[in-house]
Design a protein around this ligand. Structure first.
Ligand SMILES: [Mn+2]
Length: 307
């Protein structure tokens, strides 16, 4: 158990993951810069969240400029980027600050949580709540697109591409019983088969909308903290209905409603084991009336530690 109380006053270190190398559409690489230009730290300050930009991490080449097909040719850009991201998260946690990674395509999760797990010395002792329309549980052999942003869950569980599965430390980072997926509504049968075989807890989107996010998030928190010393949360913005969050990499119809979700994120913030956050797949080119950028701000105001 982390020594951390309800009146958690940690400052948040924001880390931009300005890469779209894991996706077929590379436009999410611009996401964190757009959030930075909107004066995110001032916006958060007005809601009693103390934050600063620790780093804006760029890959060696921009995916939009080289435009390679998804697959192994992209790994020489993805892996060093994830190592830098993990180091940045590790560094700021060792300084006692709260890590918040903003992206960028979702392969970044391998860097965010490998870094957090390294900092906490919590390999296979760390829970993860994964909010997403997709399962992101492909391995290279099952992926129709070969895009690595469809594989981070499998990687963190120790499956698939070895350079991702063994980032920072050899072997699985997270045990299947310490993982919960929320908001799922689009996936391939091979992904579901892997997660069912491993007995991973899944709240499909229909269940979230029927039973309410307030109930689901409390059950998820209970699940990921039973046998772990800390946990993190990964929010892919495509979990939300694209009517309210159009600016995402891979939109899927229907989805969770922001108004039913953000008011209940305080349960996460108040949990003493909450240790790392990322928000991913913000594609500013597809945003409309700043709906998605504003949603990111609303989520962060509710979920990040307050002064
Ligand atoms: Mn995702």
């Amino acid at each position: 158990m982390q020594a951390m109380k309800k009146d958690d006053k940690r400052r948040t270190g924001l880390v931009g993951s300005a890469s779209g190398w894991g996706a077929q559409v590379h436009e999410t690489e611009a996401g964190p810069m757009v959030l930075q230009e909107r004066n995110l730290t001032d916006v958060l300050h007005s809601s009693h969240v103390s934050s600063y930009w620790t780093a804006m991490i760029h890959p060696d080449e921009k995916a939009s400029e080289l435009d390679l097909p998804p697959g192994v040719e992209t790994l020489p850009f993805i892996v060093p980027h994830l190592e830098k991201l993990a180091d940045s998260i590790d560094d700021l946690m060792k300084k006692g600050e709260f890590p918040c990674a903003l992206g960028g395509d979702h392969v970044m999760a391998v860097g965010t949580f490998s870094g957090a797990i390294k900092a906490l010395n919590a390999q296979k002792n760390f829970g993860l709540i994964w909010v997403d329309a997709h399962m992101d549980s492909h391995i290279p052999e099952t992926s129709p697109s070969n895009a690595y942003h469809g594989m981070p869950v499998a990687s963190l569980l120790g499956h698939g591409e070895p350079q991702l599965a063994n980032l920072c430390q050899q072997g699985p980072k997270i045990r299947p019983q310490d993982l919960v997926l929320i908001g799922i509504r689009s996936f391939e049968p091979e992904e579901e088969a892997l997660l069912q075989k491993l007995n991973v807890k899944i709240f499909y989107c229909d269940e979230v909308n029927e039973r309410g996010f307030e109930t689901v998030i409390q059950e998820a928190l209970e699940h990921v903290t039973r046998h772990t010393k800390a946990f993190g949360v990964s929010i892919d913005l495509d979990a939300f209905d694209p009517k309210f969050a159009p600016g995402v990499g891979s939109p899927e119809v229907d989805g969770m409603l922001p108004t039913e979700t953000t008011p209940h994120l305080h349960y996460v913030r108040e949990h003493p084991q909450f240790s790392a956050l990322e928000i991913t797949e913000f594609n500013p080119n597809r945003d409309r009336d700043d709906l998605t950028a504003l949603l990111v701000e609303d989520i962060l105001k509710e979920i990040l530690p307050k002064r």
